[in-house]
Design a protein around this ligand. Structure first.
Ligand SMILES: C[S@@+](CC[C@H](N)C(=O)[O-])C[C@H]1O[C@@H](n2cnc3c(N)ncnc32)[C@H](O)[C@@H]1O
Length: 260
């Protein structure tokens, strides 16, 4: 840890790391954030099939079995990294070996790298499962997908975008301040549903006018993973915020107001 509590007369004052260490930490966090943001933008293009060179439906094709196995392995790598590193147990372990100031940035960096691997190695499964032929309806469905991505981005700002992606932590560390844990918040969409970011992803993944087998596999597995992620995340939120989160869970729907 680079900010530590001292013993003796200065017991209450945190010991601040050297300028070089703080600068390095800041650059690391900044780089992790830039890689994350580039990956997020690429994800929009990858799933929606716009602008980027390789999308969910393009690339070299192989047999259906090979594609299925490769794609399942790629999604599992992301799921294990993403859920494993998000747990409180992992965070405590991380703090024993490195500064907690870079814990979130490291999480974000590795999540981005596992997504980049997925984009790169994803095997298209081009069989069309459904296709919206009416151009107006197809346009509305496509727009719905982009609304999903906007809900994701907007919701990150509601609960603190820069903290969620590690920048606040490295800036605090650079300024010599103690890195505070994330606070529980329920502004805007969070007063209607508990998981607007996940709802945004579900909308973005399913709203497509042409659903191929590969895209359907991606949407089905990621949606199932989101429900597992919600279970694990809420278990942690209950252990961190206790009755405050339990009351919130009783009053506010998980994903769809008035439904579930
Ligand atoms: C990828 S975000 C997803 C947040 C939320 N599940 C959603 O879908 O909008 C996961 C992080 O948000 C944090 N988080 C979830 N709900 C929160 C809230 N109401 N206030 C602050 N942080 C929250 C979790 O502790 C976790 O670190």
């Amino acid at each position: 840890m680079s900010i530590t509590m001292q013993n003796g007369p200065n017991a209450a004052r945190p010991a601040v790391a050297s300028l070089a260490t703080r600068l390095l930490t800041l650059c690391y966090g900044g780089l992790a954030y830039l890689i994350f943001f580039g990956t997020f933008l690429y994800a929009v293009g990858f799933v929606s099939g716009f602008v980027v060179p390789k999308t969910i439906d393009t690339g070299r094709t192989s047999s259906l079995t090979t594609a299925l196995l490769v794609n399942l392995v790629l999604m599992s790598i992301f799921a294990v990294q993403h859920s494993g590193m998000a747990r409180q147990g992992f965070k405590k372990l991380f703090a024993r070996f490195a500064s907690p100031a870079i814990e979130r940035s490291t999480y974000v960096l590795l999540a981005s790298l596992s997504l980049i691997l997925l984009f790169w190695q994803w095997q298209p499964m081009p069989m069309v499962v459904w296709s919206v032929e009416n151009p107006t309806i197809a346009g509305i469905v496509t727009a719905g997908g982009f609304v999903g991505w906007l809900i994701v981005l907007y919701s990150t700002f509601l609960i603190s975008h820069f903290e969620l992606f590690g920048l606040t932590q490295v800036v605090s560390h650079f300024a010599g301040r103690v890195v505070e844990p994330m606070k529980f918040k329920t502004p805007g969409l969070y007063s209607l549903i508990r998981h607007p970011i996940y709802l945004g992803f579900i909308i973005a993944f399913w709203c497509t006018p042409v659903m191929t087998l590969g895209h359907l596999l991606f949407s089905t597995v990621t949606t199932a993973y989101i429900f597992v992620g919600i279970y694990l995340e809420e278990r942690d939120l209950v252990s961190m915020f206790g009755d405050q989160y339990r009351r919130y869970r009783e009053k506010v729907a998980m994903l769809v107001p008035g439904v579930f």
